[in-house]
Design a protein around this ligand. Structure first.
Ligand SMILES: CC(C)(COP(=O)(O)OP(=O)(O)OC[C@H]1O[C@@H](n2cnc3c(N)ncnc32)[C@H](O)[C@@H]1OP(=O)(O)O)[C@@H](O)C(=O)NCCC(=O)NCCS
Length: 178
């Protein structure tokens, strides 16, 4: 198993084609086709970003990227594991490698937003004003929403943007001290 900076393997068509498929399969709402996926990969090559793939025996397992949006906090966006490798611990491995890289750059915090656009938690599909934090404190996972994955990786729930993606579709904010 190896980690690569995406920049260093960008000419490897085999790896890039696998990654394009992984992105379109896992994010159908956001990434409609392989052109969209390529645009995201290209954007991740800029200097203010980290972009890492995990590979084993010529098979791409996953990708993680992020950007230095604050002086002390680094945003994680996105992480994805190939469907056939999900649930085998690779997501946790990729997060911990990313944490190491972000820490080496001198940041204190990693944060992220994980949308609930398709009613996978009990805080979507409804009005959560005027007390969104009360809802957040009592969040329950109904259908495999990834916020629980991040909790297993040591992240804390730290905020919510009600109706971020339309009525009843919040963005759930999470952060971890590194
Ligand atoms: C979310 C994702 C990155 C997790 O990676 P993974 O390799 O499947 O997760 P892991 O096997 O490392 O899981 C680590 C732990 O989190 C738990 N977990 C993983 N995904 C979960 C989910 N969707 N809901 C609840 N728990 C989850 C696992 O059960 C495991 O628990 P354990 O440590 O008690 O055994 C992966 O499923 C994925 O790529 N999903 C599609 C894209 C996506 O949703 N990205 C995140 C956008 S915010």
């Amino acid at each position: 198993m190896k980690f690569y900076n995406l920049k260093d393997i960008f000419e490897n068509k085999n790896f890039i084609n696998q990654l394009l498929k992984i992105l379109t399969e896992n994010f159908p709402e956001w990434i409609k086709n392989e052109n969209d996926a390529m645009t995201e990969l290209e954007k991740s090559l800029s200097d203010e970003k980290i972009s890492i793939i995990l590979e084993d025996k010529n098979t791409v397992i996953g990708w993680i990227s992020g950007i230095n949006s604050y002086s002390g906090a680094f945003e994680l966006h996105p992480i994805v594991i190939s469907k056939k490798f999900q649930g085998k611990g690779y997501g946790k491995i990729l997060i911990s490698y990313f944490e190491k890289k972000v820490k080496e750059l001198g940041y204190c915090t990693i944060y992220l937003g994980c949308d609930d656009e398709d009613y996978r938690t009990n805080i979507s599909g409804k009005e959560i004003f005027p007390d969104p934090i009360d809802y957040l404190i009592n969040i329950k996972n109904i259908n495999n929403h990834p916020y629980e994955f991040y909790i297993k990786c040591g992240f804390s729930l730290c905020g919510i943007i009600p109706h971020a993606n339309g009525f009843g579709k919040p963005d759930i904010l999470m952060a971890k001290k590194i």
